[in-house]
Design a protein around this ligand. Structure first.
Ligand SMILES: Cc1ncc(COP(=O)(O)O)c(C=O)c1O
Length: 421
């Protein structure tokens, strides 16, 4: 399925693809993997790291917690500088733990502080359903009413994205009733990037907290959480970070003080300071920084792949990754615009800084839709995904996608369009 000769022989980025294991067709030819916004592919080095821990478990058993390299006791600690770099924070402000929604609940417990009339939470829509569920249930759990305490700002009629001006206006309008603003750093459906610093500043001017879901942002767009004065953030590691299905997630807390009033961090033994943890005393003394928000011991096997994937980001300055991804997106969009295929509209904003690697297309009724379209694309060697109501999502990850993938996508869409329904 892959062309026998490389149509882009001078593409210097292509050697990087060899660091990944990309799914292939039944004949073994690699597919164009454009689903990294959903689940990133396997980084080759992950095999060795997982096998290393299996071997240690087999050979050492319990002693693995104190083994000389990568002791399980502090297994995720060494990943923090690389993650901090990716989100624009200090290493002590990030921690590797749990999954995204669990971390969101933990940090809502700390940062959602309804008091008097200041109890509303403002979110944007379309929002990832789990975020909305977590927030609505936290409101109810604190005795509030999600039908009045949850404010949702949506796109203008006929559009798919929330304009930052409209977002700001909604924050100002909520004013003193606002306890928290929560937004996807990159929207899961449209791929739109929200200006976190701008929204955080307006939120703080109203006396409220600002948090963000970075599931689609980490490893995808440059982030500067400290500079932007974001109060807290949560992420998963299985999209642009390529950590594997259900990989351990992470969180950021600005200038973290796990014991700060009025809602100290929820407590668990892995958030207790390491030196005295195994004295098994009843009194909680938190680890310094974001580690004080940890509850449980580190899931070694779902953390191991990050040891292979984060170095790839350290090797390549983010500005270069952005340049590469823009070249792929431009190549795709220029040719799609020239083809002017009917019934397919890009809903991702194309301005500078308004998108990351994801392109989302609204698919009209003249096209096959849903699973049928995804199958048609797969039969042409392209892996993408579909989200209701009628959005085709795909992404160009600068570390493993190339101009050949852009070619195949454009030809594939043109072919499906020509073949009609
Ligand atoms: C934007 C967004 N938020 C939250 C989640 C939920 O993540 P988890 O299952 O790790 O809680 C996802 C999962 O894909 C997501 O895309």
């Amino acid at each position: 399925m892959k062309p026998a000769s490389d149509p882009h022989p001078n593409d210097p980025w292509m050697s990087l693809r060899a660091r990944f294991e990309l799914p292939g067709d039944p004949g073994g030819a690699p597919l164009s993997y454009l689903a990294g916004h959903s689940l990133g592919p396997l980084v080759r080095g992950a095999h060795l790291l997982i096998e290393e821990e299996l071997e240690a478990w087999s050979q050492m058993g319990i002693a693995g917690y104190g083994k000389p390299t990568r002791p399980w006791m502090r297994y995720a600690h060494d990943l923090r500088p690389a993650l901090a770099q990716l989100v624009g924070a200090r290493a002590d402000e990030v921690a590797v733990m749990n999954s995204l929604t669990v971390n969101l609940h933990l940090l809502l417990a700390r940062f959602y502080v309804p008091r008097g009339q200041r109890r509303k939470v403002l979110i944007d829509t379309p929002v990832f359903p789990s975020d909305r569920m977590a927030i609505a249930s936290q409101i109810a759990w604190r005795g509030g009413d999600p039908s009045t305490d949850l404010i949702v700002i949506g796109p203008r009629p006929g559009e798919w994205i929330v304009h930052p001006d409209d977002f700001e206006e909604a924050i100002r309008r909520a004013g003193e009733t606002l306890a928290l603003v929560f937004v996807g750093g990159v929207n899961y459906l449209s791929g739109q990037v929200q200006p976190l610093g701008r929204l955080a500043r307006v939120t703080h001017a109203q006396g409220a907290c600002f948090g963000t879901d970075l599931a689609h942002a980490i490893g995808n767009v440059p982030l500067a959480l400290d500079r932007d004065e974001v109060d807290f953030a949560v992420w998963c590691s299985y999209k642009y970070l390529n950590g594997g299905p259900g990989a351990v997630g992470g969180l950021f807390v600005r200038a973290p003080d796990p014991q700060a009033a009025p809602h100290p961090a929820l407590q668990g033994w892995w958030g207790h300071e390491e030196q005295t943890r195994f004295r098994m005393g009843p009194v909680f003394t938190p680890e310094a920084g974001a580690l004080g928000f940890a509850l449980s011991n580190v899931p070694v096997f779902s953390t191991a792949p990050l040891g292979a994937t984060l170095p790839l980001f350290e090797e390549h300055p983010f500005a270069r990754l952005v340049e590469r991804r823009e070249a792929l997106i431009r190549s795709t969009m220029d040719r799609l615009e020239a083809l002017a295929l009917p019934g397919i509209t890009c809903i991702t904003p194309m301005g500078e800084g308004e998108h990351g690697a994801q392109l989302s297309f609204a698919i009209g009724p003249i096209w096959p839709r849903g699973e049928e379209l995804i199958r048609d694309l797969a039969s042409r060697g392209i892996i993408a995904d579909w989200r209701e109501p009628h959005i085709l999502r795909l992404a160009f990850h600068p570390l493993y996608n190339g101009l050949d993938d852009a070619d195949r996508l454009v030809e594939g869409l043109a072919g499906i369009n020509r073949s009609g329904r």
